[in-house]
Design a protein around this ligand. Structure first.
Ligand SMILES: Cc1cc2nc3c(=O)[nH]c(=O)nc-3n(C[C@H](O)[C@H](O)[C@H](O)COP(=O)(O)O)c2cc1C
Length: 204
């Protein structure tokens, strides 16, 4: 039997009727049996200001604590202008600072996104994957969960009854649990060699 895991879910939309928040609510009930998914609302975070890094606001301390307590992260985000919504980028930036004290370090992460358009927020997901390189996070590559035409997939009260989408999210969460278990087992082994962890080495 696997060790129980704790996932932290964050939605990249603050909208009350948000499809991404609805997808995250659905995900809470689609996790594998040994997993608990809790959510964190990033609506209370102030705008990032580097002047406040050394004495961060309480909401930032709470966010970093929740991320650190989790075995893995689930991000459910819309795409704004082909990219990451500002509120989500703001949360990512806060929790990544100060330099050397990022709460995201080494975390496995799964992405899902819903959009009213035809591409299911996939472009924002690729921008997030780019940020994960520097954050040294471990994204689940497959399956990619891009919920297109969200207004048709979710009911008017925000429930997700579309069976294909539900199965896809369940598959993603299983893949995240597998990745978290694998990385946990790797961490438990003694390190073989020390390698540089941050930054790009440009040679030539
Ligand atoms: C500022 C803004 C920019 C948007 N840009 C995109 C976009 O680039 N691609 C897309 O598919 N939908 C875009 N949309 C539409 C969103 O898919 C739609 O508003 C969706 O419902 C947002 O997610 P939510 O329901 O979780 O709030 C945009 C919406 C807003 C408000």
């Amino acid at each position: 039997m696997n060790t129980p895991l704790s996932f932290l879910g964050i939605a990249g939309s603050l909208r009350r009727g948000s499809y991404n928040r609805a997808a995250l609510r659905a995900a809470v009930h689609l996790v594998p049996p040994d997993v608990m998914l809790r959510t964190f609302d990033i609506g209370g975070l102030p705008l990032y200001n580097q002047d406040d890094e050394s004495a961060p606001p309480p909401a930032v301390i709470e966010l970093k604590r929740a991320i650190r307590a989790a075995d893995a992260i689930v991000l459910a985000s819309p795409e704004y202008n082909y990219s990451i919504p500002g509120v989500l980028k703001n949360a990512i930036d806060w929790a990544s600072r100060p330099y050397g004290d990022s709460a995201w370090e080494g975390k496995p992460v799964a992405l899902l996104g819903a959009s009213v358009g035809a591409f299911g927020a996939i472009r924002a997901q690729y921008h997030l994957r780019q940020a994960f390189v520097f954050l040294n996070m471990h994204p689940v590559n497959q399956p990619e969960v891009a919920i297109a035409n969200a207004a048709k997939v979710f009911t008017s009260d925000g429930s997700l009854e579309d069976e294909t989408t539900r199965q896809r999210i369940a598959e993603l969460l299983r893949a995240l649990a597998d990745l978290a278990h694998r990385l946990g087992a790797e961490r438990a082994r003694p390190p073989s060699a020390s390698t540089p962890r941050h930054g790009v080495t440009v040679t030539g």
